[in-house]
Design a binder for this molecule. Structure first.
Ligand code: SAM
Length: 186
């Protein structure tokens, strides 16, 4: 597992301290939240291979595994990856989940492999602008034809498209905190 120090270098210092505080000093609010079933409905009914970028303690990764998906779950912080692994074992889902600890923007992903990618307030919202293009390009490369990328973010659809010119927003669903963007390469 990569060290927390390596994780710190992958983000802006203020973002790193936000996560360190949330994960080390208390339980992060999103750890207790229910999975985003409604936002994901329509995209998860036919299980395949999914990637959860910035999985945190794993609420959506575990939900997908429960639905029969084979899930690769990625997060920067070793503590939170261990927490997600523990939850997977407790729920008997360990065979459906693979965990990777490290910066999403430098992961090596197999080409045309995933049917679904999700990023819920994760790297797409937190990355430095200079890293976003690389991140988007590798998501596109690793998405199977006909697959979908679902990003929940504070960014607007046009901000995201500007930062990630290889992606096209096909649907946008607003909620009180942010918006769900459904993307495809294009
Ligand atoms: C707000 S939390 C949300 C966690 C989870 N997606 C959820 O909705 O419950 C965002 C997570 O993204 C992770 N993250 C942010 N930037 C990342 C990056 N560049 N690579 C990997 N993980 C990242 C953080 O460590 C954090 O656990």
């Amino acid at each position: 597992m990569r060290s927390a120090w390596a994780a710190a270098r992958a983000l802006e210092p203020s973002t790193h301290w936000f996560y360190a505080k949330n994960y080390l000093l208390s339980e992060a609010a999103w750890a207790r939240a229910a999975p985003d079933q409604e936002a994901l409905s329509g995209y998860v009914e036919r299980p395949g291979r999914a990637l959860d970028m910035g999985c945190g303690p794993g609420r959506n990764a575990l939900h997908l595994a429960q639905l029969g998906w084979q899930v690769q779950a990625v997060d920067l912080y070793p503590w939170v990856v261990r927490q997600a692994q523990r939850r997977a074992r407790q729920q008997g889902l360990q065979d459906r989940l693979t965990f990777t600890c490290g910066p999403a923007q430098t992961l090596r992903l197999p080409p045309a492999y995933f049917d679904l990618m999700i990023d819920v307030l994760g790297p797409a919202s937190d990355l430095r602008p200079a890293d976003i293009g690389r991140y988007a390009a590798q998501l596109c490369r690793s998405l199977k034809a006909g697959g979908t990328i679902v990003i929940y973010t504070y960014l607007s659809a046009s901000e995201l498209e500007q930062k990630q010119s290889s992606l096209r927003v096909t649907r946008c669903r607003e909620d009180p905190l942010g918006r769900w963007l459904y993307l495809q390469p294009g």
